[in-house]
Design a protein around this ligand. Sequence first.
Ligand code: CTP
Length: 401
Amino acid sequence: MADKPRVVLGVSGGIAAYKACELLRRFTESGHDVRVVPTASALHFVGAATWSALSGNPVSTEVWSDVHEVPHVRIGQHADLVVVAPATADMLAKAAHGLADDLLTNTLLTARCPVVFAPAMHTEMWEHPATRENVATLRRRGAVVIEPAVGRLTGVDTGKGRLPEPGEIFEVCRRVLARGTAEPDLRGRHVVVSAGGTREPLDPVRFLGNRSSGKQGYALARTAAARGARVTLLAANAGLPDPAGVDVVHVGTAVQLREAVLKAAADADAVVMAAAVADFRPAVYATGKIKKKDGHEPDPVALVRNPDILAEISADRARPGQVVVGFAAETDDVLANGRAKLARKGCDLLVVNEVGERKTFGSEQNEAVVLGADGSETPVPYGPKEALADTVWDLVLRRLG
Ligand code: CTP
């Protein structure tokens, strides 16, 4: 790879083209060399001057400019990543069928690097059998096609077909670039990830909670989606934006999380319990706000045990061969405590984090050892949470066979 990773940003003709300006900025500000290749229709939405000024590179839509440089071949050949955002139904069809009638479609045929499509269109177009088949073809050939988001579309309608947020598309691209491949090795798999921390209400305004940020669980969901999995993310109070192409179910308490896990796990190939689940909840929920009474000490809070979701799904697998992964945060005797917890919970893998100092909750980085029920031990050095997530998926894949 060159000093600066070379990214081709293909833009096709949809109203969401303006959001690609933000995606472009994210790439350039994080040290990528970006060549924007819009289609002629895309220029109806955002002009060439904008793309050129923001990227610092020339912009053309067809193969007849700078012919001596053979751009229709060279741009694709030299790219480290091609991302098309927004990808219209027309663009997906052209890419699936190998048409090459402008610079972007030529580039898609000559690129040998990972290719990511971020589709945006009306729900009817996304759901049309022609588009479904084109998406399936592109995925079969190894491209990452990010699921569109659900929400407000052009005009008054809402539904599936919205371009995912630029920050989310950027994260998918960053991971694909870091792995150097878009190989969708989790394609055809359904994985369930729990993230965040449960909150156990005392009354309508107070709860018992914990400091889990949800970032590790979200990184697991994002990386699995980038590797082609169908992902269900069970998010407990994480307050993070929904990752692109992931089905997100929001839950509050441990009991709600248990219900959601059991439902989603029914057809899952793997379940990763990254959420910090409260072990106890208040025995009584006060339906009105608990008031202080002058001259009286507060009543003690009685607690009852919550179900141990990880132990339950490990003991009673929803499917034969389902891989179950747990997380553990430990302060002392990390490995010995981790081994004991792995045996107690009955899961296949346990990601053991040492907590303390810089390894704090909410950080972007993590360091861990992944223990296997087969006695294996995989250290993961201090680094981005996505790197740990990719190691977890590698180990899960090995166990799925
Ligand atoms: N977990 C769970 N249900 C619970 C508690 C925890 O599914 N009621 C899961 C977490 O999602 C995590 C793993 O179990 O994957 C480890 O949780 P932890 O609380 O560290 O384990 P405990 O057995 O409660 O051990 P400790 O005594 O250290 O609290």
